[in-house]
Design a protein around this ligand. Structure first.
Ligand code: ADE
Ligand code: ZN
Length: 337
């Protein structure tokens, strides 16, 4: 018999909702600031960490976009991504699907090429050195216009061999998915997969729009879908996964405590739910910490942890053969607990 912490550690897992810029730890932020001659408004790592108190999504986003100012060159994006890969290794994350926000960089004069090349080179090294597989998903910033999203998709055209899908993130309220219907259709025509943040702060209507207008393969967060039973039924029937992020939800006030997190309600409703870390450098924990904290808060057992790990592969963009192999690994882990 192992403890739940040992069991979570041993479980092979996929992470499907991770903003690579949200994995920028204060220590690396300082190192890159020095290397690039960028001045920070903070004097120490401790001061940065103590600024990470948010009462909603926008308060976080303001600090998140500020932090990115240290990312200027291809090597910076490589170092950022490699640091996350090291976390994958220690959390036994064997597959990751990573978001990046190209507009947050190109708007500061950083070339699309530097961003994609740095991230992709680290992901290739992760494959070669650690057999960690990955997919890269470019997000459109929803507080910016449709026209700017189209411009970003245009910039991505030379790199489509490195980009697997598109996503939609940033300030949700007031920026419904319908604003991006045409750019998602264009991405689909290019053969890209589609996902979108919806129902984190926004109403169930935004989740409906993501499903019906953007025709997404996954909903990122989706917490507020529970307010609409017809929507829950539609998500269950279509097996559209929700990539849920417990520590993020706690940090941004989406839930007032992990004990009141809707994860168990979602599982009980038959939803295909996965656990993810979102922006771990800002929200206080990588993937295992998210599994553990939610297990403790909701009194989940080892077989529920296994279901969550299985869901992470089922909801991924891996091939059906790769998914079957990973599910068998989870099964073996479960039978040796
Ligand atoms: N960008 C990075 N993290 C995000 C989140 N949790 N919601 C929306 N946009 C984000
Ligand atoms: Zn997110």
């Amino acid at each position: 018999m192992s403890t739940i912490a040992e069991f979570v550690q041993r479980l092979p897992k996929a992470e499907l909702h991770l903003h690579i810029e949200g994995s920028l730890e204060p220590e690396l932020m300082f190192r890159l600031a020095q290397r690039n001659g960028v001045s920070l408004t903070y004097d120490s790592v401790e001061e940065i960490r103590s600024a990470y108190r948010f009462s909603n999504l926008q308060e976080f986003l303001d600090i998140y976009y500020q932090g990115m100012a240290v990312l200027l060159h291809e090597q910076d994006f490589y170092d950022l991504t490699w640091a996350y890969i090291e976390q994958c290794r220690s959390n036994n994350v064997v597959h990751c699907e990573i978001f990046f926000d190209p507009q947050a960089h190109t708007d500061r004069g950083v070339g699309f090429e530097s961003v994609v090349a740095g991230i992709s080179r680290a992901l290739q090294d992760a494959r070669d050195k650690y057999s960690i597989s990955s997919r890269l998903i470019m997000c459109f910033l929803r507080h910016l216009s449709e026209e700017r999203a189209f411009a970003s998709l245009d910039e991505a055209l030379p790199y489509l061999h490195l980009i697997h899908g598109v996503g939609l993130d940033s300030s949700e309220l007031g920026h419904p998915p319908e604003k991006f219907e045409r750019v998602f259709a264009a991405a689909h025509a290019l053969g890209l997969k589609k996902v979108a943040h919806a129902g984190e702060e926004g109403p169930p209507e935004y989740v409906w729009q993501a499903l019906q207008l953007l025709e997404v393969a996954r909903i990122d967060h989706g917490n507020r879908a529970l307010e609409d039973s017809g929507l829950v039924q539609a998500l269950v029937k279509s097996k559209i996964p929700l990539t849920v992020c417990p520590l993020s939800n706690l940090s941004l006030g989406v839930v007032d405590s992990l004990e009141n997190h809707p994860l168990k309600t979602m599982l009980d409703a038959g939803l295909l739910v996965t656990i993810n870390s979102d922006d771990p450098a800002y929200f206080g924990g990588y993937l295992n910490e998210n599994y553990l904290r939610i297990a403790q808060a909701l009194k989940l057992n080892a077989s529920q942890m296994s279901v969550l790990a299985q869901n992470s592969f089922k909801a991924s963009f891996l091939s059906s053969t790769e998914i079957a192999l990973r599910l068998a690994e989870v099964e073996r882990c479960q039978s040796h607990k």
